[in-house]
Structures are given as C-alpha cells and as structure tokens.
Design a protein around this ligand. Sequence first.
Ligand code: FES
Length: 385
Amino acid sequence: MKSSDAYQALEKCKLPADEAHSLPPAFYSSPELMKAEEMKIFRTGWVGVGRADRWPAPGDYSAMEIAGVPVIVVRGKGGRLNAFANSCRHRGARLLSGNGNCPGIRCPFHSWAYTLDGRLAGVPNMELAKNFNRDDYGLIEFHTAERAGFAFLCLADEAPDIDQWLGDFEALHRPWKLDELVSTRRREFEVECNWKPFLEVFKEYYNQPYVHPDTVNDIYNLPDEGDDTTGAYASQFGSTEGTGGLLQNSQEQPLPVMKSLEGRNRQGVRYSWVFPNMTFASGADAVWVYEIYPLEPGRSRVGMTACFTPETVAMADFEDRVKHYYRRLDDAIAEDIPALEDQQTGLASDYAQQGRFSPLLEANVAGFARWYAGQMTLTDKVSKL
Ligand code: FES
C-alpha cells in the first residue's frame, strides 16, 4: 500500500467501534510510516515512561530511546524528575547507558561534566576557547511530569498541558490510589513485533480463549462496555472470577484486596491504555504496567512492572506469595509473544488488509485506532514533516 493510500485508509479507523476498521497494515511495517509516526505521535505529545518510582533517589537514572531519540531520565537533587537528550554538548557522544545512580553526568569521551539538572559544570582544557560560556552548553532538556505515580515526558518544544492531555484519567483511577503503590519488580525485554500490537493484545479480551485457554481465560468474565473517557487514553473494566493477578489454577493465596476499593472494583480488573505507549491493569490486589518503545517497524522494547500497596508489600510472607503473581505475568506474556510475532509476519504482507473489531471485546483497541488516526492526520503536524 502506498503511504498516501495508507493515510486515506485511516479515515475508516475514526468511526465508532461497531463500524471502525483496524489500522492499515502498512502502519505496522513501513519504515517510512514509522518515521512519520515518530514525529506525529512520539515527538508531539506526552509519552509514558513507567512508574515514577523507577527513580526514587536523586541521581537515579535510565538511558532509553524514545522513537529514535536517545534520552536520559534522571531524578534531580531536589526530587524533580529531569529528562535530557543523551547527547553531549561538546561533540555529541552518548553520555549514559542502562540504569544506575550518578552524582552528576560525566561524558566518557572528553569528560565534560553536567549537574543532575543539566547545567555544564566542568570542562577540562577549554581555557583557550574564545567566547566560550558554560551557560550556553547545558544539556538539551525535555518536559517531564508525574501523575498518579506514573512518569511522562514530552519531546516537543512546547508540551501540551499534561492535565488536559490526560483528561479524566486521574479521576477514573482514583479508587486504586495509584500514586501510593510500590513497584516490586521490573523486567525489560525486546519483542519481534511493532509496538502497537503489543499494546493491542494486552487490551483486548477476544484472544483469551485461544491464546490463554489454560492460564487466565477462565478468570475473566465478559467485560463492561469501554468507558467514555476524556483525554488521551482508553479504559475498560471487567469483573473476574478470583483475581486476574494469578493463574486460574493458582488462586489459593491471593494477596489482600486494596482497602481503598469498593463495590465491583473489589472483584475485577480495569484495563487502561495511556496513549500512545503505556498500558496497565488495575486489579483488586495488584497493578501491572507495560511501556513499549518502538525500535524498528518490527521490533520493540518492553518494560513490565508489578505494583502493590505499601501494606501488602510489608506483609511478612509477601516475597513468597508475590512469586505467584510474577509467574502469572510471565506465563501470559510467554503465550502472547508467539501470537504477536505471527501477527507481525502477517501484517507485513503486501496482501494484509484492514479488518473489523469486535465492539465489546476490542473496545480499547478501537479507541486507540481512533486516537492514532486522528493524531496521524492532524494537518498542522503533517505540515511540520
Ligand atoms: S563528546 Fe562529550 S566531552 Fe567530548
């Protein structure tokens, strides 16, 4: 499909879920369209980078790639979360890799040194440089925000207002007190598929009897209709038999239901997708979060985090019991990945076509396709390319 035809086909994604078509397959496999996506999706709005407690202490940092841009996220001395281009202001070397803690940021190439808030603090052997002012060579800074215990960054020169961007996101999730939860395990890995199918598979109920028949399918009842949300996210609640945080044959010792929850929230899971790249499940006893970062059209990096209330984490037998929660997450993902890789192979075919959604079982996927189609066809963003 030509790119112009693919953009035209996005119009069919803007309809309500019971009429909408899925995203044109070219958006899952075309390097050219991935480049456009980087600009219109990842360099204009807010991008979720996971739980804010990834960086609890000053100097805690992660180096990551956001849609082709090497980025450093680091907690500053005053507690503020900072994000910078991971490119030295001397001659561009990458400054940090992986995760860790540092008192400041020192370039490994010629040792220019930056503070945790990005100011250039030390430069060896530059005395003879004329008109050289350190203040002009601080790190390039990006916007950051923390909401509901999640961290966000924005690469655009001017960031949209984060609260307008998220709309009623915080209000809808208030019962889970997400900002108080503690992350107890994080895994990172790569998958051989585009970033969007990884999020889509996590947000739909349709595949469960076929991909997860012996692990989690029996837990989930038919979901409620997708929520009518404001803001760049979609959400859908569904009741469960037992807890969604454990395998269906391993339900004997659930961790306590969160004290903050009432009514149906005590016996179900709310699945939410914060556009574009972060998704999470709010269960009665646990919350599990994924961020997905595109690397190539058919390759992505995933961060997967499990979170619990502070009271649950403080239980004497927490470490023993939580292993069953981690196993449920690992087993379900191990079933999803071959399905995703098969889907990627099919989507990359010249003969792949747009499909239709099951309105109830794929409500969040339709919601994302609608949002994505809108972002990709915004004319002011097209004209910037
Ligand atoms: S490139 Fe960083 S100090 Fe030279």
